[in-house]
Structures are given as C-alpha cells and as structure tokens.
Design a protein around this ligand. Structure first.
Ligand code: ATR
Length: 260
C-alpha cells in the first residue's frame, strides 16, 4: 500500500516490514538516534512501549495511550495515532454517525482504546464494553468516563448471558478482539447468542482479510457489516500524509491492498 503510493507520487522512500519481539524492539528504541528511518508504523504489542521514547505526542496518542505512527524529524520523534482516524473513516464509509447512538465494544485491549476514544469523541449516547477479563473492561471504562462524562457507560464479562442482555437494541457492535484473526477461528459472539436485529444495525470487525465468523453471523442476523480493510487503508493513508506532507493517493493504496 505505501510502496505503491510512494511510487505513484514519486516519493523516494521504501516501506518495509520488520518483525521484532518486545525485547529486541526495546533495544532498538535505545539506539533511536542511529536508526536510519524517516518514520515507521507500529503494531501489537509495540504501540505502548514506544511512548517514553517520543519527543512529541499528538492529543490522540495522549488520550488513547497508544501510538501507531512515528514521524522522525531530525532527531525528534513525533508520535501519532492514525488508528482512531482509520476507524472513523470506516464508519463514515457505511454512513454511520455515532452521535446519540448506543454501542457495544467487544474487547478491551489497545485496539478497543482507539475505537472507544472515537465513539466517545463523536458523542455516542451509551457505550458498553464486553471483555473476557472483566477487570480490563472496567478499568478502560473508568479511564474514559472522567474525560467524557456525557455518555452512559457499562462494563461486563463477555459471556453468553451478558451478550444476550446487552446486544439487543444497540446500533453498533464492534469486535476489537483477536478472535477470528486465524483462519477457521470462531467468533467472540456465537450465532446462538447473537440477537436477530431490525433496523440499520452495523457490525464492525477490526480484523481484515477473509470474512470473519463474527461478520458472517452478524449478517445472517440482519446486520450491515464493515470489516477492517477500510480502517487499515485510512490509517495508512493518514500515516502517509504525516510522513510525506502530501495528500495520500487513496485509490492507488486501496487497489494495492485489494491485491494482497
Ligand atoms: P489489541 O491491541 O489488538 O487490542 P490486545 O491488547 O492483546 O490486542 O487485546 C486483545 C483483546 O482480545 C483483549 O480484549 C482480549 O481479552 P482479554 O482482555 O480477556 O485478554 C481479547 N481476546 C483475545 N483472545 C480472546 C478469546 N479467545 N476470547 C475472548 N477474547 C479474547
């Protein structure tokens, strides 16, 4: 996606994939001044680890507590979070406007934080976080509720009873867990517990790639669906703009992603 965009705009740059375990990444960060890079993206589990090494952070990074895009400006590292923007663009593509809506977020990890930040900034009426580990959902909700006091909050364990209690009547159901990432994996919400919906309910899975069981079940129950490809595209386009100062060639990037 990025290399196609660099090529299309004649930017002399190359985007490459580096896989590193947390320890190796920490060592790399200590050598930060010597890294021959103009910028980089970060993914799980490095988005929080980088924070102490940043010289400047965007308001989103501070509120979400995670950084997925770094721009290196001389010796200064500027941290951004384009996941939030990408998620919002994914909602916009489906003409979903969060203001005044009732939403469920499944999962309470780093991805959930960006999603919840977007939904609260956009003025949802109520937000319930369902997570396998209840304490993490509660902590997440507590952290946001003081900063966004106008929405109603809930946190509950992700189990069949709570799914059947909380899902009916919601306008948006987002899966931020990693369940479904591996081919053939199940869904965080079983077909048996997923309520039949009426109206324009949107089910959004942050996972991209082959259609997940979660989205298949949601669609069978009457939901509209959005997968993670739109978020991947838009977070990338925004990162491209941060690094290059140029408008991202969205069509080129989308085409490159589809070819993967
Ligand atoms: P990310 O930054 O991508 O959100 P993460 O911080 O590791 O990654 O969070 C992963 C999320 O998926 C968590 O909410 C996790 O639940 P726990 O907090 O209970 O660990 C959830 N998750 C992972 N595997 C799961 C599973 N098999 N069933 C339900 N939830 C799962």
């Amino acid at each position: 996606m990025h290399n196609s965009a660099f090529k299309a705009l004649g930017v002399n740059a190359y985007y490459l994939f580096l896989e590193t375990a947390p320890d190796g990444f920490r060592r790399l960060l200590r050598e930060k001044k010597r890294l021959p890079l103009s910028g980089f993206n970060l993914t799980v589990p490095h988005k929080e680890m980088v924070l102490p090494f940043l010289d400047k952070t965007s308001p989103e990074v501070r509120l979400i507590g995670a950084c997925n895009t770094v721009r290196i400006n001389g010796s200064r590292w500027e941290g951004h979070n384009t996941d939030a923007y990408g998620f919002l663009k994914g909602l916009e593509e489906k003409k979903f406007h969060p203001k005044g809506k009732d939403v469920i977020v499944i999962g309470a990890g780093g991805a959930a934080r960006a999603v919840i930040f977007v939904l609260l900034s956009q003025g949802v009426k109520s937000l319930v976080v369902l997570n396998r580990t209840l304490s993490k959902a509660e902590k997440l909700v507590r952290g946001f509720s003081s900063r966004f006091p106008d929405s109603l909050y809930g946190a509950a364990r992700l189990d069949p009873e709570n799914i059947r209690t909380f899902l009916p009547g919601k306008h948006l159901i987002v899966n931020t867990t990693s369940v479904g990432l591996k081919a053939g994996e199940g869904s965080p919400v079983s077909s048996k517990d997923f309520p039949r919906v009426t109206g324009r309910v949107l089910a959004y899975d942050l996972i991209y790639g082959p259609r997940t069981s979660f989205l298949k079940i949601a669609q069978a129950k009457g939901c509209r669906t959005q997968d993670g490809l739109a978020m991947l595209l838009h977070q990338g386009a925004k990162a491209f703009e941060i690094w290059t100062g140029k408008k991202a060639p969205g069509g080129v990037m989308r085409k490159a992603l589809r070819k993967q």
